[in-house]
Design a protein around this ligand. Sequence first.
Ligand SMILES: NC(=O)c1ccc[n+]([C@@H]2O[C@H](COP(=O)([O-])OP(=O)(O)OC[C@H]3O[C@@H](n4cnc5c(N)ncnc54)[C@H](O)[C@@H]3O)[C@@H](O)[C@H]2O)c1
Length: 256
Amino acid sequence: MTEALLRAGATTVLVDVDQQPLDEARAKYHKEGLDAHSFACDLTNSTRLDALVDYVESTHGRADVLVNCTGVTTQHDSHDYPDELWSATLSLNLEAPFQLSKRIARLMIAQGGGSMIHITSINAEQRFAFNPAYQASKGGLRSLSKSLANDLGPHGIRSNTVGPGYFETSMHAGRLNDPERVKARAARTMLGRIGQPAELAGIVVLLASDAAAYITGQEIYVDGGWHGGSSVYNVSCAVQLTYDNVRLPCPDVSHK
Ligand SMILES: NC(=O)c1ccc[n+]([C@@H]2O[C@H](COP(=O)([O-])OP(=O)(O)OC[C@H]3O[C@@H](n4cnc5c(N)ncnc54)[C@H](O)[C@@H]3O)[C@@H](O)[C@H]2O)c1
């Protein structure tokens, strides 16, 4: 996404909690003559968020596009999901995008408009096992985007979400080594494969640009058709449910 925005001509400020990947990315882009800058920032730290926005304003004077991208996911049984994981996930995946959007909105209002793009997930829409914090955070971000679109629209600010399906990134580093798992995930899509990060580029450049001037409050899924093919069940249900002595035959649901 960053590379695509740079190649489309954007001056871009990369943000990460770690300095090293920022230095490496900036060096790589500079070699190609792309206008990349960076700011190391723990997005859950409000003092650092203030410093980030001060840096953007003082160094670059404006912020036309905000991409809220960072997120973490940790699976665990819902019935004893650790409180500290819940708080950490909600803090980075939902609170941080709100706090950053709020601060950047002030710049965008002053300059007369802008585009906010929030990276959610198919988890924002669909149930996934053992991931209550991630699912709640992405569903919350999806709703937050609509709220921002509504409130900031009169200032010329657009807000949309992009929901990736399953992509080959460091988020899934360990799991991508399991061919059976990758195959199962790929089988959930219409295209029969998982996504590559570069395949998010087109939609982000579109939403960032004036070509999307009348697109706001929308959720766009980039998932190889996973979401559109959501009614995937393969359940052979041979049990009967009983309730107050009424026997309810359970239908055999077996379709893909
Ligand atoms: N990879 C997928 O399949 C997938 C699917 C759906 C949605 N998403 C979403 O896409 C976004 C990007 O995911 P990814 O796969 O690139 O993740 P990733 O794990 O590869 O990268 C996350 C980055 O966030 C940084 N980070 C962690 N904590 C931070 C903090 N406190 N402050 C600042 N930076 C911090 C990390 O250093 C890392 O560089 C996330 O919002 C994720 O939920 C990813």
